[in-house]
Write a protein of this length. Structure first.
Length: 146
């Protein structure tokens, strides 16, 4: 009887601990925002940045991003970091080769400003989409560990 009671309490503790763990999101499942011309803007993101447009059927695959770091930054309402005072968000896209992406965008006639500084977490460039939404490109550098 003691063994059965001990097993019962161990099971209760194990399953109780699992059930009480706080859940957290796994990542972004989508980004949704308003645009003056949604079709044209979605096409621009697909053509210039490779972000596939939203599927129109359940058989089509959506854009699948490469795994990596995601920064969820909440800024003060008065920040100038995004550009215009009324700008509420900025996209930051990870890229494998910042120089190649910048060249590709410039060849398409898109103005891109490359930050000359190399930060411990990588290199950055800025541009805007056709509706003026700020975009930051980030070539991530992983920290060197011993």
């Amino acid at each position: 009887m003691k063994n059965k009671l001990a097993v019962f309490f161990v099971c209760l503790m194990v399953f109780g601990a699992v059930a009480s763990e706080r859940q957290k999101v796994l990542g972004f499942g989508g980004v949704f925002f308003k645009a003056e011309n949604p079709k044209a803007l979605a096409l621009w993101y697909e053509e210039h940045l490779g972000v596939k447009q939203t599927p129109t059927t359940y058989e089509e695959m959506p854009w699948v991003q490469a795994g990596g770091s995601t920064v969820f930054g909440v800024f003060n309402a008065k920040t100038k970091y995004f550009g215009a005072d009324d700008q509420q968000f900025m996209f930051n896209f990870r890229v494998a080769d910042l120089d190649a992406m910048v060249s590709q965008l410039r060849e398409a006639g898109i103005e891109v400003e490359v930050d000359p500084e190399v930060y411990p977490n990588g290199r950055f460039a800025r541009l805007a989409d056709p509706e003026g939404n700020p975009i930051q490109l980030w070539q991530e550098m992983m920290p060197v560990t011993d």
